[in-house]
Design a protein. Structure first.
Length: 428
């Protein structure tokens, strides 16, 4: 079937940022602060991505032990939330497990502050606009087609930053990418209430969960961290509990995952409510969709390998740090593969990895940056995505304002712009 219809077009923006997860948020704010005319496109009605819409309200890791490695707009964001009473910034130091060093935020207030920071930077925000296609010419993206309540529309731009998490713009533009037959499972957040966690007996719920799994009342994937951690089903208040198979780059897979995610919550709900001390437990709601960990990885001009990551390789064009252990989630009994970084190891992200191979005005930032699966399992986390997003936003703004292709923007100019917004950049 051939579809032919004249589409409405926007004005030409200096920078178009696609996707408003944490990477898209920092990219748009940074580009706007540099004086670029920025349009931000997000397919949901809320900024923040996994942090807000996905229900996983933790940002990690800003520090390597006591050493700050990621700051800038992402850190400004959590400080402003903290000052207003809507974030908890924990102690960050050597010897503290990485899972305890994430910043937890209040979801609606985090989304509200993102709105305000974007508007302060002069960004044109388009929520509820889903990317449906891109328009390319001579290795340049000239526009993205979005689906709106008024029909299809073209948003035109000089520079584009793909922060969709799944690399949708790069995919529609014909960029090279990787996606495996096996992907990390996603998680559906839920919100239980009506109990006091102090009333839940650890040994009792461990044995109860073991029996429930043996009887088939609860699936092993419903509680990925293991039977011995059963108490955390209550203490984590529904955050990061289950594993749900999902390919976020495939809408049919996403549909099946949403159904299975709610089935998982239903099984857990029945089991949790049967425990002593939790008879009054209720689940108020769940996140709108299953939060994905992995889908397309877009090939850039540099490819990040696990060997380079865990060795703390300093690339000639390192633009920001990423600090998190290798963290590959799996289904089955062996649910998590970690490789922990040695003390003093500070992995970096190269500027060229953000540049989509074969395109002069398209960058990626966040979860869709290209690298192997193990390296990706570490740099996909939110603080790292914030750092990458800010770097991409700075580069896109400078490229547009100076009428340059991305690869011709001077690294020192990008770093100078980042430092002026309090980012930490590696010394080369």
């Amino acid at each position: 079937m051939i579809y032919s219809k004249e589409l409405a077009e926007s004005k030409v923006y200096d920078v178009v940022v696609c996707g408003c997860g944490v990477a898209g948020f920092t990219a748009a704010v940074q580009a706007g602060r540099l004086g670029a005319d920025v349009c931000l496109i997000e397919d949901t009605g809320m900024p923040g991505g996994i942090l807000t819409f996905g229900g996983n309200n933790e940002i990690a890791l800003f520090n390597a032990g006591s050493k700050p490695v990621i700051r800038g707009i992402g850190w400004e964001f959590v400080q402003r939330l903290n000052e207003a009473g809507y974030a908890n910034i924990p102690e960050m130091n050597d010897g503290i497990h990485h899972s305890l060093q994430g910043v937890h935020v209040n979801i609606p207030m985090a989304a509200h502050l993102m709105d305000e920071m974007l508007l302060e930077a002069g960004v044109k925000i388009l929520y509820n606009h889903r990317i449906a296609d891109s328009i390319t010419q001579n290795n340049k993206v000239t526009g993205v087609v979005v689906s709106t309540k008024q029909g299809l529309k073209v948003i035109k731009g000089r520079q584009f930053v793909d922060c969709t998490g799944d690399g949708d713009v790069a995919y529609f533009s014909g960029a090279e990418y990787e996606i495996g037959d096996e992907l990390q499972p996603g998680t559906l957040r839920f919100y239980p209430t009506g109990y006091d966690v102090k009333d839940i007996k650890r040994e009792s719920v461990i044995e109860s969960l073991r029996q429930a799994i043996q009887k088939g009342e609860v699936k092993r994937e419903d509680f990925w961290s293991g039977v011995d951690q059963a108490h955390s089903a209550f203490s984590k208040y529904g955050n990061n509990i289950n594993h749900v198979d999902i390919n976020n780059a495939d809408s049919e897979s996403r549909s099946a995952a949403e159904i299975e995610g709610r089935r998982s919550i239903a099984r857990l709900y029945k089991w949790m409510k049967s425990q002593e001390g939790a008879q009054s437990l209720e689940i108020l709601s769940c996140a709108p969709n299953v939060a994905a960990r992995e889908s397309r990885r877009i090939i850039g001009n540099t490819y990040i390998t696990v060997e380079d990551y865990v060795s703390g390789k300093k690339y000639p064009d390192s633009i920001c740090y990423s600090y998190y252990p290798i963290d590959l989630h799996k289904n089955g009994d062996d649910t998590l593969h970690n490789i922990f970084l040695e003390k003093g190891c500070l992995p970096t992200i190269p500027f060229s990895a953000l540049q989509v191979k074969g395109f002069e005005n398209l960058m990626v930032a966040g979860r869709c940056v290209g690298g192997d699966r193990l390296a990706h399992s570490a740099y996909r986390v939110k603080a790292s995505c914030m750092a990458m997003g800010q770097a991409a936003g700075a580069a896109a703004a400078l490229a547009s304002l100076k009428s340059l292709p991305i690869c011709k923007v001077k690294l020192d100019d990008v770093k100078d712009a980042l430092v002026k917004n309090n980012a930490i950049v590696p010394e080369n």
